[in-house]
Every structure is written in structure tokens, then in C-alpha cells.
Design a protein around this ligand. Structure first.
Ligand SMILES: Cc1cc2nc3c(=O)[nH]c(=O)nc-3n(C[C@H](O)[C@H](O)[C@H](O)COP(=O)(O)O)c2cc1C
Length: 337
């Protein structure tokens, strides 16, 4: 048997497949199915800054109304003692996952300002999270904010969290930074134990009938893995922290490429939403078979062996690739050149 074990954020994992933050972790039964199918760890759905802020404001207003004497309000507003807030609900669920699963559980904080919501990192740590994933999903629409300020925002949020918790933190990033190497090195310097690449930006769509801008979730496909694999190959040589790929990991081939490029783990979301937890079991079997057939003894042996530094042609990950890709295009017969 090939040794599939890997290490991520200092956690020893039995294999490199870790379900990504998604609704899959919201049900204890599904989480258990994921574990039974072979998931090496689990990233929870996120605790969102906006939802915490909404809840806090809602409760503040409630207490204010009571203190200014709307006594009758007590009869129809929820009684605080019985009220389970969004945050409490998340913490309870984390505790439940920790009680019933034996794999590591990574809690997820998702926001975009270095505000009070970050304090929930401590509560997540106390509730037993093995690590935290910090997802700063930020769309830079403010004309007064330049790229350095955008990067500073990430660093400030990370630093605030790092000051509060001692468990490992991984930062989930989008690909839309002008210089990913220095930026990720800076995150590492400010306490990131890992980087997860890349967030998918869900693109709003314009409805041509209503002329409204509408949100749309489209699940990924393997093609999306290629951007991540390229950047894993580039970043894995540069960083001393863990590296995860999220986005486009659908089958054993995607996972092998991610590992060869230098990723420590691969996160799956769309594939599991489409095929269910059993997909992990099948993928692990296929991974085993390929590694055996190619005479690898372990995932460790394969990891990073085609990173940019170790590739036979490192330029293939760079601009030269762009030129040769364009040159390689041939149009279909009968199509005008
Ligand atoms: C329905 C759905 C819910 C998601 N919820 C979260 C979330 O709560 N927090 C988060 O960081 N990412 C969330 N994601 C993003 C996934 O964790 C993952 O990064 C992304 O889907 C790319 O992986 P994939 O190509 O395997 O789907 C969600 C994705 C989907 C499709």
C-alpha cells in the first residue's frame, strides 16, 4: 500500500483529501459520511462577519427597547436566555463535530474588516477547532483604496486573529493580486501557517428580462484547477508554510497534479456536492492505484516534484508558456484562419 499521509498546518493527515468549506459540514450526519468515506479533515462552512454584525445589532436594539421601558415587548420578543444566536449555533455545531468525528476540524471565519468579529477566533479555539481558515473575500470597489491598502487589510485582519489565537491559521485567498509571492510571504511573516489557493469569485449575472443583477452559484469543473496548480508550483518553492488548493479538484488526476506542483492538501467542494461523500472513497482508491502503478511509495515522495523549481522546463509555468500556447493553436478544418 502506498502511504497517502500528508501534513497540513502541522496536522498529520491520513491522505490529501479535505472537504472544503461548504454546506456539507452543516449536517453532522453528512460530516460523518465524509469521514467514513476517507476525508482526512474537514473545513466547516464559514462564520460570516456580516451575519455576526447583523445579530449583534439586532440584540443591541432589543436590549435598548427593553431598557427604555417597552415592557409589553417582552411578551413577543424572544427571551434572551432561550435565544441561540448565529454565533452560538456555530460554536455548538463545532463542538458537536469535534465530539463525533475523529478527524481534525478546521473552523472558518469569513469577513473583510479588522473588526470585533475577529474575536470569535478565540471562541472557536476554545470550542476545539484544530485550526482556523480565514477567508477574506474582498472585492476592491473603493476607488480611494490602492493595492497596498487592499493587501494591508488582509494583513491587519490576520494579525488581529493571530494575536488572539494560538492554533494554526490558514488564509484562503483569491488569485487577484498583482504580486502573489511577496504578498503570501508577508502573510506568512504575520502568522499564517498556511495559504489556501484560490477563492472562486462568484460572478453576478444580469437578468435580461428583469434588468436586475442577480447572484449565481455555478459549480466548478477540473479546468479551474489549472490556475491553482500553476500557482501551487510557483508558491510551493517560495513559502515555508502549508499550501492547500481549493477550486477545481474533481478527480484523482487533479489531485495528483496538485501534489506534484507542491500542494500539501486538496480541498473538494463541487465534486462532493455533485457526487456525494462516497466520491472521496473512489478517488482515494484511484489515487492508490495510480501511485502503485507508477511505483511511488508515498505521497510525500511525489509532493512538489514538478514545482517550478523542479520542473524540467520551469519556464512552462511562466510567460513562455503563454507564447507557446498561442503558437500551438490550430483551427478546425474549414474554419477561416
Ligand atoms: C454552495 C457553496 C457554499 C460554500 N460555502 C463556503 C463558505 O461558507 N466559506 C468558504 O470559505 N467557502 C465556501 N465555498 C467555497 C468552497 O469552499 C470552495 O473554495 C470553492 O467551491 C472551490 O472549490 P470547488 O471547485 O471544489 O467547488 C462554498 C462553495 C459552494 C459551492
Amino acid at each position: 500500500m502506498v502511504d497517502l499521509s500528508t501534513e497540513y498546518l502541522g496536522l498529520k493527515l491520513s491522505n490529501p483529501i479535505v472537504p472544503s468549506a461548504s454546506p456539507l459540514a452543516q449536517s453532522l450526519a453528512t460530516a460523518k459520511e465524509l469521514e467514513d468515506a476517507g476525508a482526512a479533515a474537514l473545513v466547516m462552512h464559514s462564520l460570516f462577519e456580516e451575519k455576526i454584525a447583523y445579530e449583534t445589532e439586532h440584540l443591541t436594539r432589543f436590549f435598548h427597547q427593553q431598557s427604555i421601558g417597552h415592557a409589553e415587548a417582552e411578551s413577543f420578543h424572544p427571551v434572551p436566555d432561550e435565544y441561540v444566536s448565529y454565533q452560538d449555533d456555530y460554536l455548538e455545531h463545532l463542538q458537536k463535530l469535534k465530539t463525533h468525528l475523529s478527524i481534525p476540524v478546521i473552523a472558518s471565519l469569513n469577513g473583510m474588516t479588522p473588526g470585533g468579529w475577529i474575536e470569535y477566533g478565540t471562541a472557536l479555539q476554545e470550542a476545539g477547532a484544530d485550526a482556523l481558515e480565514l477567508n477574506v473575500y474582498y472585492v476592491a470597489v473603493n476607488a480611494g483604496e490602492d493595492s497596498t491598502q487592499v493587501e494591508d487589510r488582509y494583513v491587519q485582519i490576520l494579525q488581529a486573529l493571530r494575536d488572539d489565537v494560538s492554533i494554526p491559521i490558514t488564509v484562503k485567498l483569491s488569485s487577484q493580486f498583482s504580486a502573489l509571492i511577496p504578498f503570501t510571504k508577508r502573510l506568512q511573516l504575520h502568522g499564517a501557517n498556511g495559504i489556501a489557493i484560490f477563492n472562486r469569485f462568484y460572478q453576478p449575472d444580469i437578468n435580461l428580462e428583469t434588468l436586475q443583477v442577480e447572484p449565481r452559484v455555478v459549480l466548478s469543473n477540473s479546468q479551474e484547477s489549472l490556475l491553482r496548480i500553476r500557482w501551487a508550483a510557483i508558491l510551493s518553492d517560495q513559502l515555508d508554510c502549508s499550501l492547500a488548493i481549493t477550486g477545481g479538484m474533481h478527480n484523482y488526476e487533479d489531485i495528483l497534479k496538485a501534489l506534484l506542483a507542491g500542494a500539501d492538501v486538496t480541498h473538494m467542494c463541487s465534486a462532493l456536492l455533485q457526487h456525494g461523500p462516497e466520491h472521496i472513497k473512489v478517488t482515494l482508491q484511484e489515487l492508490q492505484r495510480w501511485l502503485e502503478a507508477h511505483e511511488y511509495e508515498s505521497v510525500q515522495q511525489l509532493k512538489g516534484s514538478i514545482s517550478r523549481q523542479h520542473a524540467i522546463d520551469p519556464a512552462a509555468y511562466e510567460r513562455a508558456n503563454y507564447i507557446s500556447v498561442l503558437d500551438s493553436y490550430t483551427s478546425a478544418t474549414g474554419v477561416l484562419r
